[in-house]
Design a protein around this ligand. Structure first.
Ligand code: SF4
Length: 324
């Protein structure tokens, strides 16, 4: 039986693409990826939903390396979709060869995303992945050149589709036909398309070389303020943020907390200078429930050390001006 590897994000298009190929009596294995920017949870659910096996590959190192200097640039955020697709297809292709698969399947739709899903971008992705002619996009296949599996008669081109553009009408009709009700919104699972996250990531890349996974995980938490080129501060917004800050804490970080009043945990990754710690303390008081017009005790700690410092709440313009 012919075997195909289908990139499965958990989005509707990727699920439909796998189903269209399965309808032709071809065995399909799903493949999904994890990095600090996206997870495979939706893909796991989707694979379970349509009853196909799923392989999950952690591509953090390769993805982070590519993300710092994507050959084909970024989208509207820090999303390097062309390079990212090429990387995923390269990894999926390796797995396909290991498993004796004949071709790769993606849910890409021609013209759906102007930058990364036009004919030229699809060709580039194919070339850079190293699998020219062996990447089948069933949803738009009739609008694209014939692929090797079609030429070899493994796939019937007539049963493939000619969907194009941003309208989801045909996909929604297909979803009804296949009774697919649960799926991720397009690009909904990728933090790199989020403008706020992208701004923070850009700042991290400019100040941490090489960027560490811990630094990226921190970008998902709290408010971020840059105190100097070498020093930033993370202020928890709620109990969940504070818990995560504790989980991500390392012995060389400064941690600040107002004493005697509810307030945020404030983290200075890799520690700051005495002046920066003092400034951070005024911000820490500002975001707490402590009175604005009094000297307040702030507990500072680093590693096993701890001491009390005093600070008054800063003016709101200070954190606003430092916000990343
Ligand atoms: S949206 Fe995110 S996961 Fe998807 S191709 Fe672009 S960068 Fe990669």
């Amino acid at each position: 039986m012919t075997l195909a590897m289908a990139l499965l994000s958990g989005g509707l298009d990727s699920i439909l693409a796998a189903q269209v190929i399965r309808e032709q009596g071809i065995a399909v294995i799903g493949v999904s990826f994890v990095t600090p920017f996206f997870k495979a949870d939706a893909a796991r659910e989707a694979a379970r939903g349509i009853g196909i096996p799923l392989e999950v590959l952690d591509i953090t190192d390769a993805h982070l390396h590519m993300l710092q200097r994507p050959k084909h640039g970024y989208g509207r955020g820090m999303n390097p979709c062309i390079d990212c697709h090429a990387l995923m297809l390269r990894e999926a292709g390796r797995l396909m060869e290991e498993k004796g698969g004949a071709f790769l399947v993606t849910g890409e739709v021609l013209g759906q995303r102007p930058m990364s899903q036009n004919k030229r971008a699809l060709r580039i992705v194919e070339r850079e992945a190293g699998y020219e002619g062996r990447i089948l996009r069933p949803l738009s296949a009739q609008l694209l050149p014939e692929t090797v599996p079609e030429q070899e008669g493994l796939v019937d081109r007539q049963q493939l589709l000619a969907i194009t553009g941003r309208s989801r009408k045909q996909q929604l009709e297909l979803a009804q036909r296949y009774q697919i009700t649960e799926y991720l919104t397009p690009a909904g699972g990728c933090l790199l398309t989020d403008q706020i996250f992208s701004r923070r990531l850009k700042d991290l890349f400019a100040h941490e070389d090489p960027p560490q996974v811990r630094g990226i995980e921190l970008l998902k938490v709290g408010r971020h303020m840059r105190l100097s080129p070498a020093t930033k501060m993370v202020v928890g917004r709620n109990a969940t943020d504070n818990e995560r800050i504790v989980e991500l804490l390392t012995p060389d970080d400064d941690l600040l907390k107002v004493e005697g009043y509810p307030g945020p945990l404030c983290l200075i990754p890799h520690g700051g200078s005495p002046e920066e710690i003092q400034q951070a303390a005024t911000i820490c008081v500002r975001y707490s429930d402590a009175p604005r017009d009094a000297e307040i005790t702030v507990i500072w700690s680093r590693g096993g050390e701890q001491k009390e410092i005093t600070a008054r709440a800063c003016l709101p313009s200070l954190p606003a001006g430092l916000m990343i």
